[in-house]
Design a protein around this ligand. Structure first.
Ligand SMILES: [Zn+2]
Length: 96
């Protein structure tokens, strides 16, 4: 049995990677897990950013003008990405 005292809350943990009370990492593995959790959390927050909420609102709007604006912007973006991919393809295909 290996007991470790948490540096944050002072709780004694038995064979734990993370503190049972405050989830403070106690070992190197614990640090990795805590880091992964942080990345997953940040990723979730990114997906639910204000910009995407705004886009979803536009998409599901009852106002035909707002909905139209969304589709116009979306098609402009699609055409833009189409040309960008062609330019990248040409740049990659031609030597030099
Ligand atoms: Zn703790």
């Amino acid at each position: 049995m290996k007991e470790q005292k948490c540096s944050q809350c002072g709780h004694w943990n038995k064979n734990a990677i993370l503190c049972e009370v405050c989830e403070n990492p106690l070992t190197a593995d614990g640090l990795n897990i805590a880091y992964q959790k942080k990345i997953i959390k940040e990723d979730k927050e990114k997906k639910e950013s204000k910009f995407f909420i705004f886009l979803e609102k536009m998409k599901s709007s009852n106002n035909i003008l707002v909905k139209g604006t969304y589709y116009v912007l979306f098609s402009i973006w699609s055409v833009y990405m189409f040309f960008v991919s062609i330019i990248v393809f040409i740049a990659a295909a031609t030597p030099g």
